[in-house]
Ligand binder design. Structure first.
Ligand code: GUN
Length: 297
């Protein structure tokens, strides 16, 4: 079997187009423009690239983008005051504090200072609890993007065996929760899992989110399974240059799987698209409107 490649780039463009359409309607019908505030503390190069990209795409779908860049030595009180101001600002519907924060700042305390209704990352303890109990919440962007692609490719996920490799708060745990809410039988595998290949071979759905280059080979994959590769790892290629690879060995997995997301161009583009979808959702809910179907969990 040769797997179908799931085109995350095209999928993300479609999500952005849907968001843009809803934003235009909100402006025309209600005079409301969704606004996203992104806070970056310090000069981490990768974070700067992400934040620039978020700002650009926010404006492209017709939303207002508010960027707050603070120096690396910003103290906790200053950052907390900014978050309090953004919580109180009616023009701001979504707040994202780019992680990682400099070491002297307590990430959990900062995330939990964000109004949960504006927590477009879905990292606030209230949103984690709401998701865990199957209630309406803000859902972390990367797992939301994976879920959208799985539903699109497979339809009803009910009864499927899903294995999530990785137990991070940002991807692994919320991904497992979303799959459980869609009635999958879910296993969370991690570095201490015994006989990982056998565990993965039982899966109709594999979500790999460990951050280890090409860790999952094709002979771990059940024939016809759907493989979602969340990894983005930079490795040195034979020609001395670097290239991006996922957590799965794409070529050998694609020879066995029914469908697989490539790296790059799979899950990656979906994260910012889902951030925009979450900002729209937060804006709708803040104004007593239902969030558009298909853009939430
Ligand atoms: N840093 C890397 N990924 C993310 C993300 O999804 N959200 C935030 N806030 N920071 C990140």
């Amino acid at each position: 079997m040769t797997a179908q490649m799931i085109d995350g780039k095209a999928f993300a463009a479609n999500v952005r187009a849907q968001v843009a359409q809803h934003v235009a309607a909100l402006k025309a019908d209600k005079g409301i423009t969704p606004g996203l505030a992104v806070v970056l503390v310090g000069e981490d190069p990768a974070s700067q690239v992400y934040v620039r990209s978020k700002g650009k795409q926010t404006v492209e779908v017709g939303m207002n983008s508010y960027e707050h860049r603070l120096p690396a030595d910003t103290d906790a009180a200053t950052l907390m005051q900014l978050i309090a101001d953004l919580n109180a600002d009616a023009a701001v519907h979504g707040i994202l504090v780019q992680l990682p924060l400099p070491k002297h700042l307590d990430e959990d305390a900062v995330i939990n200072a964000i109004d949960p209704a504006k927590d477009v990352d879905g990292f606030h303890i209230s949103n984690v609890g709401l998701l865990g109990t199957g209630q309406k919440s803000m859902v972390p962007c990367t797992p939301l993007g994976c879920l959208m692609m799985l539903r699109d490719h497979l339809g009803d996920l009910s009864g499927m065996n899903a294995v999530v490799i990785g137990r991070s708060n940002i991807v692994g745990k919320p991904m497992a929760q979303l799959l459980l809410n869609d009635s999958c039988t879910v296993t969370i595998a991690h570095s201490r899992t015994k006989d990982l290949p056998e565990v993965v071979r039982r899966a109709d759905i594999v979500v790999a989110a460990v951050g280890r280059p090409q860790m999952v080979p094709g002979d771990w994959i059940k024939p016809g399974a759907t493989v979602i590769d969340v990894g983005i790892n930079r490795i040195e290629a034979e020609d001395g240059k670097t290239r991006l690879v996922g957590d799965c060995d794409t070529d050998s997995c694609a020879a066995v799987a029914g469908a697989i997301t490539p790296v790059p161009g799979g899950v990656g583009p979906m994260t910012i698209a889902c951030l925009l979808a979450n900002t729209l959702t937060a804006c709708c809910r803040a104004n007593g409107l239902e969030a558009p179907e298909g853009l939430t969990a």
